[in-house]
Write a protein that binds this ligand. Structure first.
Ligand code: BEZ
Length: 297
């Protein structure tokens, strides 16, 4: 997907606030302003580095504090699991000896490589496979860092097993991702909007465990858990709920035809206005993060 695709839009007859791209495959909703802006339905689904930065650039930005928790040392080899477009990986690289990024999205890996970072396409639940194929080396990393990636991978045990394989004994696994109750309003609004438009419920797409649940998984996977905590972090959305849905809403919209998808997205935004938009037109999402630091036994 390129930004050029945004130019090809037409106004939906049912809702003048909504625009439909010519070659629809999946749906993205885009706020043109923070306040009830026009929404553009994009033509294909893959995370685009530019819209990601515009809509949810806070994701890597707010992950900086997790880097402090990792406290990378100048001699260390660190893996960034779910490196995204490399914004935070670059910061990590300036503090560690060497950094290697992995991400499931080719577009994101390309963006990370464009920043001069060492990165490759590997799904977080398929690290063991990448080791077998010789694309990653078992027992070679001093630390594995991850920010805002693990909630996309319900196969948490596979991730933990892969990370365990990659780390040297005593190596650190440090990160942050969505915790129990994360983006509850956005999820409920998208579920409700589907129902209101008469479509089947979507399976809940994300893995948002409690601290107790994730601690149990880490311990069972051979880690000594040094810190694990949930924190509530109300998060301003620069392009509103529409922009957030553009980037992250595909699990609720991607199976729908273009008209239904844009109608569902519009209804979700309308429902969310009540609780997420203030009188100045600023949107704030109900983020909950789970932060952890564990050591490979
Ligand atoms: C995030 O990366 O911040 C995120 C993605 C999907 C759902 C919730 C949060």
């Amino acid at each position: 997907m390129t930004t050029g695709e945004r130019a090809s839009t037409s106004t939906s007859p049912d809702n003048p606030d909504f625009h439909l791209c010519a070659r629809h495959t999946h749906v993205h909703a885009r706020a043109r302003s923070g306040v009830r802006g026009s929404i553009v339905v994009m033509t294909s689904y893959d995370w685009n580095a530019q819209t990601y930065a515009e809509n949810v650039g806070f994701v890597p930005e707010l992950g900086r504090t997790v880097l402090d928790l990792l406290d990378p040392q100048g001699h260390e080899l660190v893996l960034d699991l779910g490196c995204g477009d490399g914004v935070l990986t670059a910061e990590l690289a300036s503090r560690a000896g060497r950094v290697h990024g992995i991400d499931a999205s080719p577009d994101m890996v390309a963006a990370a490589q464009d920043r001069g970072l060492d990165a490759q396409v590997v799904h977080g639940a398929k690290i063991a496979e990448a080791i077998t194929e010789g694309r990653l080396v078992a027992g070679s990393f001093d630390a594995v860092f991850t920010n805002a990636a693990l909630h996309w991978i319900p196969a948490a045990q596979d991730v933990i097993a892969g990370v365990h394989q990659l780390l040297k004994p005593g190596g650190r696994f440090v990160g942050e991702f969505g915790g129990h109750g994360n983006v509850a309003s956005l999820s409920i609004a998208l579920h409700a909007a589907r129902r209101l438009h008469g479509v089947e419920p979507a399976a809940h797409p994300w893995f948002f465990p409690t601290a107790a649940e994730y601690e149990e998984l880490l311990r069972a996977g051979g880690f000594d858990v040094r810190l694990i905590e949930i924190h509530h972090r109300p998060t301003p959305l620069p392009t509103g709920a529409a922009g957030w849905i553009e980037t992250f809403g595909d699990p609720f919209l991607g199976d729908l035809d273009a008209d239904t998808a844009q109608a569902v997205a519009a209804t979700a935004v309308e429902l969310l206005e009540v609780s997420m938009r203030d009188s100045h037109g600023n949107w704030t999402a109900d983020y909950v993060r789970l932060r952890f630091a564990a050591m490979r036994v």
